[in-house]
Design a binder for this molecule. Structure first.
Ligand code: ATP
Ligand code: MG
Length: 651
């Protein structure tokens, strides 16, 4: 695609990389004259409309983020079948490249990078955006050392269906949190876990959990204990190890409460006061107390052969006990194989449901008032936890969502998270000024505004480029409920152009009035000698503009005005012309002259009743070297007299 132009504006210059979903090009934005990175979605995703919509929505959300450690998204577009995101171009390399080249990084360097990533996460989380795919490939290190996180939220666009026809999940699964691997409720804390893995990798040079298949890795995140980073690299300070351990607890409730909390810890961990820190201790990691049978990759491999065995039917020589064990094992293996297939297709959603020992059915409480919901949960001998969130659809005080939800089963006294509505959120009206119409439109839709034809109005504008927002109502920063607010955006049509009329022959005053009426300005006025007229003050031309030209409104139009004399090399002659006539009725005589002033100028037009002699003035120039005089009588179409006079004949 190099050399192609997208959206008439982004000229692709060079391919810089490609991942599972997209190919990234360095490009030039021809409108704003700046380098940009254009992420072009791979064609197989272009046909999945749902995916495209999610992809655009997420990119739009990220466009509202503005932070020095977040790669800015400038535009999202479509050119025929090609879907793309335009973002800030970062000259540099990815953190993955850096780790591949150097192995473990110096501790200070690793912390410096983690601080900046964490700062980016904090900003995004404040704006209710979860990254969902934090990994070193998505952390760019500019040549100036600045760390920038990219691909915010884009992972959300990919569903299990899109993941299965790429292997992009292979790269990401190493950084997935246990709850993400299970396909459960992903929130801010999943990003914190992923950053914990990245930090682990930066200081030890290795991944804590790895394996041949996404499932092996996912299972390890779910059930394997972590090897302490200091066991691999004893030079890691205890304070840094503590941060990693606290980010990587399997139970999200025991992890850092927010990116801000982790950021504060990261910023102070290398200070002298924290040199003698003790190793962090956790209460029992609840996630590990949930009941999972231990699953191993071996079991999954053996499942196939056992399944075949089962198909052949029971072997007659087995004793009673043997048969029973075989029967039990066959069911376990068949389930394990089924699990393998389901996991491969649907991204691990069902691990927990399939492997937990069923004890208590989680009651369904979504949509019910929180007091009733909590009572139901308690009645089932479970412990409700509350988290509040704004909602435009669920009224204040009712449950928006729950985790876990039916058909999940839990052990007694396990926690159930209830997300409870705080009612409609008064939001700040986003600043849409100077944004392209499409970007503004999608941002509005994303925030829940209704966008119709009437939302937009076009207007000419002297300064703004065509297609961008020049006025918005309500103003940026006003507190509103998006679903109940009518927005008006005025879009620039760019500069106005007017068609210049022919001003030749008008007086200087008349010409000035015409220009004023058209919204043009009077430029420099020059007095020029001209063959066109002997009068002074008559417009001769408007060069460099010519009649019918489209001229930007407000431009200066110069006027060249006659100064009342012919040019100095003009030759002026008087030619006597005798018109003979002796009829009894009057007859019309017309004399036309073609010379330097123009073609067929009528110099005589009158009735005569007898012969007349006229003195006919002619003017010749070095360019127009011959003049023609034609005399017509009455209605004759053919001249009765024609005469040519040459430049050299005139003294
Ligand atoms: P995934 O598909 O899982 O996101 P990935 O992150 O490796 O995998 P892409 O996001 O498509 O793949 O990025 C591919 C490469 O393009 C990156 O590794 C990086 O080198 C380069 N790249 C991405 N964004 C930018 C950018 N804004 N500026 C400069 N280079 C970039
Ligand atoms: Mg990426």
């Amino acid at each position: 695609m190099v050399g192609q132009r997208l959206g008439g504006r982004y000229q692709l210059e060079e391919r810089v990389g490609g991942g599972g979903m997209a190919i990234v090009y360095k490009a030039k934005d021809l409108l704003l004259h700046r380098p940009v990175a254009v992420k072009v979605l791979r064609p197989q995703f272009g046909i999945d409309e749902d995916f495209i919509n999610r992809f655009r929505r997420e990119a739009q959300a990220v466009a509202s983020l503005s932070h020095p450690n977040v790669v800015s998204v400038y535009d999202v577009g479509q050119d025929e079948d090609t879907h793309y995101i335009v973002m800030e171009y970062i000259e540099g390399q990815t953190l993955k490249d850096l780790i591949n080249q150097h192995g473990a990084l110096p501790i200070e360097e690793a912390i410096r990078i983690a601080v900046q990533v964490c700062d980016a996460l904090e900003h995004a989380h404040q704006n209710k955006i979860i990254h969902r795919d934090i990994k070193p490939h998505n952390i760019l290190i500019g040549n100036n050392g600045r760390v920038k996180v990219t691909d915010f939220g884009i992972a959300r666009a990919a569903t299990s269906a899109t993941i299965t026809h790429t292997n992009s999940v292979l790269g990401s699964v190493h950084y997935f949190s246990p709850e993400q691997a299970r396909g459960g409720f992903t929130a801010e804390k999943s990003d914190i876990y992923s950053l914990g893995i990245v930090l682990y990798e930066m200081v030890t040079g290795q991944l804590p959990f790895s394996g041949d298949s996404p499932i092996t890795v996912a299972l390890k995140h779910l059930q394997d204990p972590l090897t302490d980073p200091r066991e691999i690299n004893p030079r890691i300070p205890q304070s840094v190890e503590n941060i990693i351990l606290k980010a990587l607890v399997k139970d999200p409730f025991l992890r850092y409460g927010s990116a801000l909390e982790m950021l504060t810890d990261l910023e102070t961990c290398l200070s002298p006061e924290r040199q003698n820190e003790q190793k962090i201790e956790f209460p029992v990691d609840e996630e590990q107390t949930r009941v999972y049978p231990r699953i191993t990759e071996d079991m999954l491999g053996q499942a196939q052969s056992d399944r075949e065995h089962y198909r052949k039917g029971p072997q007659t020589e087995e004793d009673e006990n043997g048969k029973k064990r075989w029967w039990v094992r066959a069911i376990v293996w068949t389930a394990a194989l089924g699990l393998f297939v389901i996991l491969a297709l649907f991204g691990f959603n069902l691990v927990q449901q399939l492997f937990e020992v069923p004890e208590i059915d989680v009651p369904h409480v979504v949509g019910t008032p929180v007091q009733i919901a909590e009572a139901k949960i308690k009645e089932a001998h479970l412990v409700p936890e509350r988290q509040e969130q704004f909602s435009n659809t669920i009224e204040a005080g009712s449950v928006i969502s729950q985790d876990p939800a039916p058909p999940m089963r839990l052990k007694e006294n396990a926690k159930v998270l209830l997300v409870v509505s705080k009612g409609k959120k008064l939001e700040e009206m986003p600043n849409l000024m100077s944004q392209s119409r499409s970007l503004a439109e999608q941002q509005l839709k994303l925030k829940g505004f209704t966008v119709t034809e009437n939302t937009f109005e076009e207007k000419e504008d002297e300064t703004a480029p065509p297609g961008v927002v020049i006025e918005q109502v309500p103003a940026a920063g006003e507190k509103i409920v998006p679903s109940e607010t009518t927005v008006k955006l005025t879009i620039s049509k760019g500069k106005k152009f007017v068609e210049l009329p022919d001003l030749k022959g008008l007086t200087e005053e008349e010409a000035k009035v015409r220009l004023f009426q058209l919204g043009l300005k009077v430029g420099e006025i020059t007095q020029v000698p001209t063959y066109l007229t002997e009068e002074s003050g008559i417009v001769v031309s408007t060069l460099p503009f010519t009649p019918n030209m489209k001229v930007e409104a407000g431009r200066d139009v110069p006027l060249q005005v006659s100064n009342g004399s012919y040019p100095s090399d003009a030759k002026i002659g008087m030619e006597p012309v005798l018109v003979e006539y002796d009829g009894d009725r009057e007859k019309r005589v017309r004399i036309l002259v073609t010379d330097a002033r123009g073609d067929k100028q009528q110099v005589v037009n009158e009735q005569i009743s007898s012969s007349m002699e006229y003195q006919v003035p002619i003017i010749l120039s070095p360019e127009k070297r011959t003049a023609t005089i034609e005399v017509y009588m009455g209605d004759e179409k053919v001249p009765v007299q024609t005469r040519t006079i040459s430049y050299d004949d005139i003294p």
